[in-house]
Design a binder for this molecule. Structure first.
Ligand SMILES: *Cc1c(COP(=O)(O)O)cnc(C)c1O
Length: 455
């Protein structure tokens, strides 16, 4: 980035050559793992990655992830470490923090969470005592395990009530959220979703939280890239805490906590009165985590700088444009697109309503056999179980990163449609798909992907 000579050099190398060059050391010392990584590279290059929960980071991010700072052990935060030899990683973390603040327009950033889930664990642990109340979007309505699902510790130690989307429109019903909040009086309201295609009104959520004196956590894991670029409204100054995974917007694996105007609001901790941000750090370490992953923090720094580029910002709008195109194409082809379309990077489709006997699980499987990678997903009010589901979720971040635009979205819609309309359903979980059709489709997919090498 910003170095024309390097850009030219990289362009001359194909992705594959670059990948191999990076991994020469591994190839020599462990051929078995090297082969697996190469297989994954080839799988990604030769099939369509329509995953909403996935992205593809840059080579610079990969390089930072595989760098020497991974060896550093240092508990605590900058200026308050419990180990020696921290001068360099202190600078690394300072840089990551200042770039994260710039990317999100935030007053405070914490780059230490190991994942999006851990970032939520930290906020919940900071705010709640056991059996305190949380109000969140139900898991099978598009919420996330770490928002109080019964199978997560967040559902085990806290009392969780859920809000739901409207049964007809599948949109968030803010009046219903307000009523639930007034009755249940949660200490924390969580907004943000893993499967919701429309714009989230963070301002309304804050008003609801304010009306009952609750804290608001906005978990923007899926849409944080769009938010950085201004392709979705930002919660930073509405939510007390904003969390995100850092891989979904296109960075390294990991999590992030950012705070806006409430960052220095006071909170009572024991007999002390301290700012929220300081409390969050004490809960991060030693409350929830141990040593930070400095290679991930270095890679986060690289990624946050990338998000300031025109390329990144423009791309976020293209991601939305591509998702809208997919949704519209599929609507035209007679598909039941949940919530009637999309405002973000994902498209949810009810496949049960497309064809008798088709389920999310079988749709995912037969598309995958044809080289099209999607997720099955439970839709709001789904009658099918989590391992069967009525829906699939498509996402456009990766294909857009590799340079695909609306023209390619048209080809992709046609490919998806031909698979889902050709497959013969046998009973609940079996299907038949002609071998020559599969080979033909896989070849078409491979050909399309070959024009857009991994970037
Ligand atoms: C993906 C996701 C997370 C979890 O992030 P991990 O880094 O995988 O733990 C948390 N919240 C939401 C809403 C997500 O979509």
């Amino acid at each position: 980035m910003g170095n024309p000579k390097l850009d030219m050099l990289l362009e001359e190398l194909s992705s594959q050559q670059y990948h191999q060059a990076m991994l020469i050391a591994l190839k020599e010392s462990d051929g078995q793992v090297y082969q697996l990584l190469t297989r994954e590279y080839e799988r990604r290059q030769n099939t369509l990655q329509l995953m909403a929960a996935e992205n593809q980071c840059s080579r610079a991010v990969l390089a930072a992830l595989g760098s020497v700072v991974q060896n550093k052990t240092a508990e605590g935060f900058v200026g308050a470490r419990l180990h020696g030899g921290c001068e360099v990683i202190d600078d690394v973390e300072r840089l990551a923090v200042s770039r994260a603040k710039e990317a999100f327009g935030a007053q405070y950033a914490n780059t230490q969470p190991h994942s999006g889930t851990q970032a939520n664990h930290i906020v919940l642990t900071a705010l709640l005592e056991s059996r305190d109340k949380i109000l969140s979007l139900a898991l099978d309505q598009g919420g996330h395990y770490s928002h109080g699902s019964r199978v997560s510790f967040t559902g085990k130690f806290f009392d969780v009530e859920n809000y739901y989307v409207d049964k007809e429109t599948f949109l968030l019903d803010y009046d219903a959220v307000r009523d639930k909040a007034a009755k249940f009086k949660p200490k924390l309201i969580i907004c943000g979703a893993s499967a919701y295609t429309r714009t989230i009104d963070f301002k309304k959520f804050r008003e609801i939280a304010e009306s009952i004196g609750a804290y608001l956590l906005a978990d923007i894991s899926h849409i944080s890239g769009l938010i950085i670029a201004g392709a979705h409204p930002s919660p930073i100054n509405y939510a007390h805490f904003t969390t995100t995974s850092t891989y979904k917007p296109g960075g390294p694996r990991g999590g992030l906590i950012v705070m806006g105007k409430d960052y220095d609001r006071r909170i009572k901790v024991g007999t002390k009165d301290i700012p929220l941000w300081e409390h969050i750090e004490k809960v991060t370490f030693p409350g929830v985590q141990g040593t930070p992953y400095f290679n991930n923090i270095a890679a986060k720094a690289v990624f946050f700088e990338e998000t300031l580029s025109d390329e990144y910002r423009t791309r976020q709008f293209k991601i939305v444009e591509n998702a809208k195109r997919l949704a519209n194409n599929l609507l035209d082809l007679g598909y039941d697109v949940v919530a009637g379309g999309t405002d973000n990077h994902m498209v949810l489709i009810n496949v049960v309503n497309l064809r008798e006997g088709l389920t999310g699980a079988t749709a995912q499987r037969c598309l995958e056999e044809c080289g099209i990678i999607v997720d099955m997903i439970r839709l709001p009010y789904d009658k099918k179980s989590a391992s069967v589901t009525s829906g699939i979720r498509l996402g456009t971040p990766i294909v857009t990163k590799n340079g695909m635009s609306t023209r390619e979205m048209d080809s992709i819609s046609t490919l998806i449609d031909s698979v889902l309309k050709t497959v013969k359903m046998i009973g609940d979980s079996e299907y038949e798909l002609d071998e020559s059709f599969k080979t033909e489709t896989r070849d078409k997919v491979k050909q399309l992907c070959s024009k857009f090498p991994m970037r």
